[in-house]
Design a protein around this ligand. Structure first.
Ligand code: NAD
Length: 243
């Protein structure tokens, strides 16, 4: 079924790839919105908004979509936990798919990370590494935070257990710590590794993205899926049927 899509962040790296992917899949781009443009007018003629822009734009996008009763696909990252909680409450009023990463491979990596974090004892210290291109504006990446949640949940840990970098951290590493490390440089689309290190061995789970198309394909698939769903916030796993 062909749908009418409004893209917020149209002039960005992801906006361009999403437009191409959606058009190739037979959908129409009925809204091409970027900084300073009128989202409401463009969204009124569309079935769904796909937002890959900047974290300060998210509230406005969600409020417009709720006012117009339009489903939301959100891939924007960089929100604080407090902002995210407020935004989720708004997004729940319409059918929404919100994911820090729309690729099938990364969502499989999250699933495998949950299993490893559950099976391996805390003596297998968890560290998360991510690398992205030099223009990325937020750190750690939204994907690294998804992976962190995949470690924290099964181990009954909380966001307070995340250790961002090690500068100024005195003494030895504690077992409850989950290390987070961000690298930036060049044109890396997105590399993520979760490692579990104990004395004598370590397990490393890695995903490397070499094309933004993997995110665009997931976002367009989510847009096709979300139109006609009941209000509520869904995950990409719901879309992909990964439980
Ligand atoms: P980008 O900087 O290339 O593009 C962002 C675009 O948004 C720009 O054209 C900018 O002008 C526009 N913009 C900024 N504020 C706006 C506003 N208030 N209203 C409308 N447009 C606005 O960035 P990008 O690489 O395309 O990434 C965009 C976002 O998507 C980032 O948050 C990034 O982390 C995220 N991202 C998510 C996934 C995923 O799978 N969830 C994958 C890649 C990137």
């Amino acid at each position: 079924m062909s749908i009418n899509i409004c893209i917020n962040g149209f002039k960005g790296r992801m906006g361009a790839v999403i437009a191409e992917t959606a058009t190739t899949s037979g959908h129409a781009i009925t809204g091409k919105v970027d900084l300073g443009d009128d989202l409401n007018a463009a969204l009124a003629d569309s079935d769904v908004v796909i937002d890959f822009s900047f974290h300060t734009a998210t509230r406005g996008v969600f409020e417009s979509a709720v006012a117009l009763g339009k489903p939301i696909i959100c891939g924007t990252t960089g929100h604080t936990q407090e902002e995210r909680a407020e935004l989720l409450a708004i997004a729940a009023k319409v059918p929404t798919v919100w994911a820090g990463n729309f690729s099938i491979g990364v969502n499989l990596l999250c699933y495998l990370t949950e299993k490893a974090a559950d099976i391996l004892p805390l003596s297998y210290n968890a560290e998360i590494l991510e690398m992205h291109h030099r223009m990325k504006k937020d750190a750690p990446s939204g994907t690294a935070l998804m992976l962190a949640e995949s470690v924290l949940g099964p181990r009954n840990l909380s966001y307070d257990d995340l250790q961002h970098g090690r500068e100024g951290v005195p003494g030895e590493r504690g077992e409850r710590e989950v290390g987070m490390h961000s690298l930036r440089g060049g044109d890396v689309v997105g590399d993520h590794t979760v490692l579990f290190a104990d004395a004598g061995e370590r397990v490393e789970l890695t995903h490397k993205a070499s094309s933004r198309e993997i995110f665009a394909r997931g976002a367009v698939r989510a847009a096709e899926w979300v139109v006609g769903k009941s209000p509520g916030v869904y995950s990409i796993r719901d879309v992909l049927g990964l439980k």
